[in-house]
Design a protein around this ligand. Structure first.
Ligand code: CO
Ligand code: CO
Ligand code: CO
Length: 347
């Protein structure tokens, strides 16, 4: 309550992962560098080539490092919650590859003259809380004076055999582990137009760690995984389809959302980043598509979203049961992988 007067999201030009550069922009900028010698090494297991969640580095014959970085502008007004969400989101790329985090470096941008340092202390306390819970040690960081606050982490973990986004096979079932809608909800929140119960549900979803999915994925055995963040479900699915050389069919009606988002969508609470996601994936959609409001949800930029997992059909129910053991969000089979050029159809 002490910070109720400060609306952190008012300092942010975009909401959470929606402030990412778009998939098309990144392809244009980073794509040409893929052949640059600085981007390759005999020890590099997973690099930028397949747009995977995290990089993987072979340390010796049986140990691999997995490394990732994520930071963004205030996504909620409560500084402690923002810190928790930023930490959960930064850890997610490690979990998406089946890894365990070890250490983290903190990234801070703060308006020295615009916002009290006591608020920043709350942000850091939130980040520390989640890092402690995940078993990750914060070993340092870097901070700069910046008119727009930003917060996040570079995280290092260890992984056995990494689960990449490149192993999806025709016949696989696609499992999504968290409901969608954090982009729409936080965009409305930033405009002061979000019902408090929806905002609270979104915070619960964003703070939940994808750590609980790692053991089920390793135990059951899955073919591919990625986390659903700034490019939205369809954008991250497209990355998986391209990396794996397959297509997908999605049943949009079973894709879970955080409450009823129709009013917020009707009122125009949709971020520029999500709009860019939707434009970018449209050429990949085949056949009849769901209505525009549903497509908006499927392309909505998520922050600290769930995992999208591709698993053999005969292992899908075992995976879903293991994923849903003792957690609040529900994992759901939302479609399947088919043969063919990368594209998404709807059943
Ligand atoms: Co990711
Ligand atoms: Co990331
Ligand atoms: Co430094």
């Amino acid at each position: 309550m002490a910070f109720a007067a400060t609306r952190l999201t008012a300092f942010s030009h975009g909401a959470g992962c929606a402030c990412k550069l778009g998939p098309d922009e990144l392809a244009e900028i980073v794509g040409p560098l893929a052949d640059h010698p600085a981007y390759s090494s005999p020890n590099l297991v997973v690099g930028i080539g397949t747009a995977d969640d995290a990089g993987v580095w072979q340390l010796d014959s049986n140990q691999r490092l997995v490394q990732t970085i994520d930071f963004f502008t205030p996504i909620v007004d409560d500084p402690f919650d923002w810190g928790r969400i930023a930490a959960a989101n930064a850890l997610s790329d490690i979990y998406a590859m089946g890894g365990s985090p070890i250490t983290a470096l903190q990234i801070v941008a703060w308006p020295r003259n615009g916002l009290a340092f006591s608020i920043l202390a709350e942000v850091l306390r939130g980040g520390a809380e989640v890092m402690k819970f995940s078993g990750t040690t914060i070993i340092g960081g870097h901070s700069i004076d910046d008119p727009e606050p930003k917060y996040g982490f570079a995280v290092t973990g260890m992984v056995g055999t990494p689960i990449t986004n490149a192993g999806a096979r025709p016949g696989d079932r696609l499992v999504l582990t968290k409901p969608l809608g954090t982009g729409i909800i936080t965009t409305a929140l930033k405009r002061g137009a979000c019902p408090p119960d929806l905002a609270a549900s979104a915070v619960r979803v964003m703070v939940e760690l994808n750590a609980s999915a790692v053991q089920p994925m390793v135990d059951v055995g899955v073919n591919a995984a990625t986390d659903v963040t700034g490019f939205g479900l369809l954008g991250h699915l497209r990355e998986m389809l391209i990396a794996s050389g397959v297509a997908a069919v999605i049943d949009a009606a079973v894709v879970p959302t955080i409450g009823d988002l129709s009013r917020l969508i009707e009122a125009g609470h949709y971020s520029g980043g999500s709009q860019r996601n939707l434009s970018s994936v449209r050429p990949f959609l085949r056949g009849p598509t769901p209505n525009e409001a549903t497509l908006k949800i499927l392309a909505d930029a998520q922050t600290s979203g769930g995992l999208l997992i591709s698993v053999d059909a005969d292992r899908a129910s075992a995976l879903v049961a293991a994923l849903n053991h003792g957690r609040s969000s529900e994992a759901v089979v939302i479609g399947e992988i088919t043969a063919g050029a990368p594209s998404v159809a709807f059943s």
